[in-house]
Design a protein around this ligand. Structure first.
Ligand code: AMP
Ligand code: GLY
Length: 423
């Protein structure tokens, strides 16, 4: 099989790494890829959001399967464009990708499916939003309704903070058109878990759970990021909880989407809060998480390629996935300054030594090769130093041993990935 992976981050490196191990694979392309992906796939200089060029390339190279990493091409209709061109694509249609693109849509679907989620209301009028905030009190959560690059959510500890968020989002439009309406939600309290299910439109198979670390600083302090590290499996997410989430959230939502004429195919990523009353849905994403994907791929024993094909072909009811009895962890190395502004182009050394620590796997997120062959940082999140072990502690120690062998003064990482499970 000839496969094209779309995207160029750590998640796509992990997908390429897993696909490259499949005996079914004959040729792997990645658009646009990165320096690490180039070791397992042929990178193609096409942007992940350039739908016409991606489809033309896939047709031209007789691609058997297009695998989409990020959400942006999905919300732009890459899966639909592939279908129209007779290409098989792993990832939801634009209609089904609204589960990530619109918070109101997600809330409506969750309510119709009876899935447990935070109480909510939507406003297009700032004064009505303020009145609701006064009625409900703090803490309370204010969200821009549209896509705001993951930055449209304010968890307000006080009424004043919530009112300031209304001013920023609705009146000053700091996230542009995404702030034309807001969703205001009850603040859920508990531990956050990322849960993944492989879906074929009718059937869902659990891919398991991971815990992300969204804040930039140790002890979960500082601004939000795309994710500074992850581990899997999280001990608080028991078999019983997984069963509950599949039965009360994933399967009813899949049925609701099919009933709306937008069957969901691909990876459904449920952001969950494990509250005192049980798991509640915070949000959906329509793709693998990054860096959660990397730790899931490290634990996957089954061949990824036939699993993705079965999801595309509506055959998951007859499919089974097997997992290694291992713990996996990933520590993100980011460029100094991230998630604010950061420099690009600094040289990275020591990767060979880091990759030789037993159990360690290095995934690239934002790297490129300079003309002289030097490895340079090109993004905010640059590397994912991951490891597996018989225990989470063993995996954690291996990952940080590898981190300490890196020679990259331009980078930093959190030193406490996995702390909730380890303390
Ligand atoms: P999102 O951009 O939707 O992923 O939200 C960003 C973060 O805000 C989530 O990861 C949660 O930590 C937090 N959050 C969102 N909604 C809620 C809620 N209803 N209650 C508590 N925290 C929330
Ligand atoms: N790590 C969270 C996400 O991919 O959205």
């Amino acid at each position: 099989m000839r496969v094209l992976v779309v995207g160029g981050g750590g998640r796509e490196h992990a997908l390429c790494w897993a696909l490259a191990a499949s005996p079914l694979l004959t040729k792997l392309f990645c658009a646009p890829g990165n320096a690490g992906i180039a070791e397992v796939a042929e990178c193609v200089a096409i942007g992940a959001e350039d739908i016409p060029s991606l489809v033309a390339f896939a047709k031209d190279k007789a691609i058997d399967l297009v695998v989409v990493g990020p959400e942006a091409p999905l919300t732009l209709g890459l899966a639909d464009a592939c279908a129209a061109a007779g290409l098989k694509c792993f990832g939801p249609s634009a209609a089904a990708a609204r589960l990530e693109g619109s918070k109101t849509f997600t809330k409506e679907v969750a309510d119709a499916a009876g899935a447990p989620t935070a109480a909510w209301a939507r406003f297009t009028d700032a004064s009505a939003a303020r009145a609701y905030i006064h009625e409900k009190g703090a803490p309370i959560v204010v969200k821009a309704d549209g896509l705001a690059a993951g930055k449209g959510v304010v968890v307000a500890a006080t009424i004043a903070e919530a009112e300031a968020a209304i001013a920023d989002i609705m009146e000053d439009r700091i996230h542009g058109a995404a702030g034309a309406s807001v969703v205001i939600e009850e603040c859920l309290v508990g531990e956050e878990i990322s849960f993944f299910a492989l879906c074929d439109g009718a059937t869902a198979l659990p891919l398991g759970a991971a815990q992300d670390h969204k804040r930039v600083g140790d002890g979960d302090t500082g601004p939000n990021t795309g994710g500074m590290g992850a581990y899997s499996p999280p001990p608080i997410f028991t078999e019983a909880l997984q069963h509950d989430v599949m039965a009360r959230i994933i399967r009813p939502v899949l049925a609701e989407m099919a009933g709306r004429g937008a069957p969901f195919k691909g990876v459904l990523f449920a952001g969950l809060m494990i509250t005192a009353e049980g798991p509640k849905l915070i949000e959906f994403n329509v793709r693998f998480g990054d860096p959660e994907c990397q730790v899931l791929m490290l634990r996957l024993k089954s061949d990824l390629l036939p699993a993705l094909l079965a999801a595309c072909d509506g055959e998951l009811a007859r499919f089974d996935l097997r997992w290694e009895a291992l713990h996996a962890i990933l520590v993100v190395m980011a460029a100094q300054g991230y998630p604010g502004s950061y420099a690009k182009g600094s040289e990275i050394h020591g990767l060979e030594a880091a990759g030789q620590v037993p159990g360690v796997q290095v995934f690239h997120a934002g790297t490129a090769r300079r003309e002289d062959g030097a490895l340079i940082a090109t993004g905010g999140r640059v590397l994912g130093i991951s490891a597996t072990g018989k225990t989470l502690r063993e995996a954690r120690d291996a990952a940080y041993a590898a981190v300490d062998l890196l020679d990259w003064p331009g980078g930093f990482c959190r030193r406490d990935i996995g702390w909730r499970a380890l303390t």
